[in-house]
Design a binder for this molecule. Structure first.
Ligand code: MN
Length: 460
């Protein structure tokens, strides 16, 4: 039986138009005036006055990750359950082999973590935290397995790479049409500042976290990566961009003619660094992530960058820990596991603070959450568009159903949200995955139908 979503406004990266959507099986058959083409027994769903977005794509999640001497609260089951409740029908998680292991081992491990457990579709980026001839040869296997995007770190001893390796790896990726995201922070100076803060007796204060990792040490690392990319003549993605100074580096590189994509996250758009100064230690610790949340001025710069297309994607960097896990850092702020839950709330946050506040348009939101990640990560037009032949992954957004975010009501096993008490403008009414109703007014009604996404090369 076919399904007609009738009376809504279909959002694309260019426009928002009233149109009906005809779903046949897992695919969209037609968008527009569909009634005359639809069989008499089609199921008609009234979505009057709702916005229909292509299913959101979250290209930055960390599920079931062993990190900071613990394991993230969300595995692929609870993580993708949270994702689809929030309108995210595809996630791209970071497979992460340890130094000394093969990429094939990392990929196998991530398939074991994810296969059969996902409520939404899923793909993997591959983390490169080691480099030698055999890893370089493995790149071809990765592309054959549908892994076309990679990640390197300029910080964290377990993962960081020296400049020479970054240069060599970027050239190898460029030769194969691959693209690489970078976590940019200056590791050495941050370590020295941590030691200074501890020596001065500030080791138990959450506010030491942003003091150790200022915006300009992120901007320095962004600059360094971009100059290495210039030497390698390779495109790069700056992930979780947080501040004005880093944005200036990105835009300067583009002016030189480089191809640079930028991602940011809701926490950097909606929050500011006052969260780290809450007198309640536990309330402050729940916001610890790296890079840290910056100032209101930085957030304003990010919104403007999103509006003018200088930032292409909004992902979440979902890396969730319970408050009990955050408590591991009571005596030492560097032992607070870094990361926030976010995969479930991104759509409503960006609609509320972005579209409803007139910072960005519906089309801008569609580009940042659906169309651009689909193009950047080789999923377009199967994903990222409501068009004939695309997967029928659809978010039905009711702009009039305001509600209040409560951590206790979310699916994430973190048990809290950084946006507790946030009043939304509208809410996600329903979500379709492969043409099947997956979420209806917050309730999961489908099954674990998530499929592995073998991805094409970047097409943005
Ligand atoms: Mn991350």
């Amino acid at each position: 039986m076919k399904t007609i979503l009738r009376g809504g406004f279909v959002v694309s990266g260019r426009s928002c138009k009233r149109a009906d959507v005809l779903i046949d099986g897992e695919k969209i058959e037609k968008v527009g005036h569909v009634l005359k083409d639809a069989p008499w027994d089609s199921k008609v769903v009234d979505v009057s006055d709702c916005y229909l977005f292509p299913g959101f794509i979250d290209a930055h999640t960390h599920f079931d990750l062993d990190v900071c001497n613990t394991t993230t609260a969300d595995d692929f089951e609870s993580g993708t359950r949270a994702a689809i409740r929030g309108g995210t029908t595809s996630v791209i998680d970071f497979a992460c082999p340890n130094k000394g292991e093969t990429l094939a081992h990392g990929l196998k491990l991530w398939h074991e973590k994810a296969d059969g457990k996902c409520w939404c579709d899923y793909g993997f980026h591959m983390t490169i935290d080691d480099w030698n001839e055999s890893i370089e040869r493995e790149l071809d296997d990765m592309f054959a397995a549908g892994i076309t995007s990679f990640k390197m770190y300029l910080t964290y001893p377990a993962m960081m790479l020296p400049d020479e390796t970054i240069y060599r790896a970027l050239k190898a990726l460029k030769a194969r049409g691959g693209i690489c995201g970078f976590h940019c922070e200056n590791a050495g100076v941050i370590d020295a500042r941590i030691a200074e803060l501890k020596a001065a007796g500030h080791g138990a204060e959450v506010s030491s976290h942003p003091l150790a990792r200022p915006d300009y040490l992120e901007a320095e690392a962004v600059h360094r990566v971009l100059r290495i990319a210039q030497a390698a003549d390779a495109p790069v993605i700056i992930v979780h961009t947080t501040n004005r100074a880093a944005l200036a580096e990105i835009e300067a590189a583009r002016k030189r003619g480089q191809t640079v994509y930028a991602e940011t996250c809701p926490q950097y758009l909606l929050l500011d660094d006052s969260v780290y100064y809450d007198p309640d230690w536990s309330l402050a610790a729940r916001f610890v992530c790296a890079p840290p949340i910056r100032t209101q001025d930085d957030a304003a710069a990010l919104w403007h960058a999103l509006k003018r297309g200088s930032v292409q994607t909004v992902s979440t960097d979902h890396c969730s820990f319970t408050l009990a896990q955050k408590d591991m850092g009571r005596e030492d702020f560097t032992r607070i596991p870094g990361g926030l839950p976010g995969v479930e709330t991104r759509g409503e946050l960006i609609y509320t603070a972005g579209v409803a506040q007139h910072r960005i348009s519906l089309a801008d939101m569609c580009r940042a959450l659906s169309e651009n990640p689909a193009k950047l990560y080789g999923l377009y037009p199967r994903k990222g568009a409501l068009a004939e032949g695309s997967d029928a992954d659809i978010v039905v957004y009711d702009p009039n159903a305001d509600h209040v975010l409560r951590g206790a009501e979310l699916a994430s096993k973190a048990g809290y949200t950084p946006f507790e008490g946030f009043k939304t403008s509208g809410s996600i009414r329903s979500v379709y995955l492969h043409g099947a109703l997956a979420v209806d007014r917050g309730t999961l009604v489908g099954e674990k139908a998530g499929q592995y996404l073998a991805r094409e090369k970047c097409m943005l």
